[in-house]
Write a protein that binds this ligand. Structure first.
Ligand code: G6P
Length: 372
């Protein structure tokens, strides 16, 4: 078993460290020499893809957070409205879906019953269905019109890590492909974003080499009872994913919030010593979101929060209000989740280990939930 884990103590640790490859392999072979995206494997005609006027992402758990990241990216690049629905909610609602709707399911295993039933429901309603999936020959891709495989390799640990990064990468590819196909404002950006994505694996490796302090913080926090996570824009789903990892692995109460929502309720939770992770957008994020999140940090710190700040290299604005600054390499704002989630995964893994828990098989959870 030790050999299977490649020298790591747990599958999760191994899979976290495989993330540079998961992203690189998912990018592989999706562009021609000129940098144009070529997705022949999709088996949906360009004409059908051009006619799409709405996208609905259906997924559960971590995959649904990848879908939330996808919404920001696809809407920006392709200018198509995107909704994200939890698969089990989609199925029993009355979703407005027709033949011009593209239903994108995201599933690592390809066997999650809730997601499978949502895809079948979408097929019955006449939608085009694409599966973003990590498992060849699994049920969801077979039930879908098309598949865009993630190439993260087998994921064994129950809590998803490398599959999440690969799912986000695949969704970027899909968004850029749609942008290229539809020839809008951002069509010309597709090649340059694909180019930038090629640099992300090296940045993840760099980041993985800087996790000593995060591990130390986690070990000191083994008795913590509640942790909050704040993010904005693509940092919002990362906050939710950070909280989910902590629930799954360390059985600690955790919640992720959109930073702008803080004043509408969650700020009441802040009292002395409350640990809060804040995922700070890079300073070049549009609409001054960086400044807005920095002032959120200031507000909660003034109320006693212990601020654990995830910020890009060189962002000095956060320093005066941070108890800890966790640095991540710079990249374009929409691509940031591929980096900012990594310290949160490592944090949850380390806290779980510090509590002596079973990292790879947390209580009550299954890797693939094949019942409703
Ligand atoms: C289970 C796992 C989660 C996972 C979710 C979706 O609940 O414990 O880690 O995110 O299923 O799984 P899927 O295979 O559909 O991505």
């Amino acid at each position: 078993a030790a050999a299977e884990k490649g020298g790591y103590a747990t599958f999760m640790e191994k899979e976290i460290n495989e993330q540079p490859h998961a992203v690189a392999d998912t990018l592989l072979g999706r562009t021609d020499e000129s940098g144009r995206l070529v997705l022949d494997e999709l088996r949906i005609s360009e004409e059908q893809m051009r006619a799409v006027d709405k996208i609905v992402v259906v997924a559960c758990g971590t995959a649904a957070y990848a879908g939330m990241v996808a919404k920001y990216a696809i809407e920006h690049w392709a200018r198509i409205p995107v909704e994200v629905a939890l698969a089990h909610e989609f199925r029993y609602a009355d979703p407005v879906v027709d033949e011009r709707t593209l239903v994108v399911s995201i599933s690592q295993s390809g066997e999650t019953m809730d997601t499978l039933m949502a895809v079948k429901h979408a097929n019955d309603l006449g939608a085009l269905t694409i599966s973003v999936c990590n498992t060849h020959g699994s049920t969801i891709p077979r039930e879908s019109d098309a598949v865009l495989y993630t190439h993260a390799g087998p994921e064994i640990a129950v809590a998803s890590t490398k599959a999440f990064l690969a799912q986000i990468t695949a969704c970027y590819i899909l968004g850029l492909y749609l942008a290229q196909l539809r020839g809008g404002t951002y069509a010309d950006d597709a090649a340059s974003v694909m180019h930038e994505l090629q640099d992300i694996p090296a940045k993840i490796s760099d980041l993985l080499g800087r996790m000593d302090r995060v591990k130390e913080i986690a070990r000191f926090m083994a008795d913590t009872r509640s942790v909050l996570f704040l993010g904005r824009n693509v940092g919002f789903p990362v906050a939710m994913e950070g909280a989910l990892k902590l629930k799954e692995l360390a059985y600690i109460h955790a919640e992720g919030f959109a930073a702008g929502e803080l004043k509408h309720g969650p700020i009441a939770l802040i009292d002395a010593g409350q640990p809060v992770f804040i995922i700070v957008p890079s300073p070049d994020t549009p609409h001054e979101l960086h400044k807005k999140v920095v002032s959120n940090i200031q507000e909660i710190r003034a109320r006693g929060a212990r601020t654990l700040v995830i910020a890009v290299d060189g962002d000095e604005d956060v320093v005066p209000f941070a108890d800890e600054v966790i640095r991540v390499p710079k990249c374009s704002p929409l691509l940031q989740p591929l980096l900012t989630v990594v310290p949160l995964q490592v944090f949850a893994l380390q806290l779980s280990t510090a509590k002596g828990l079973d990292v790879d098989q947390p209580r009550n959870l299954a890797k693939s939930v094949t019942v409703e």
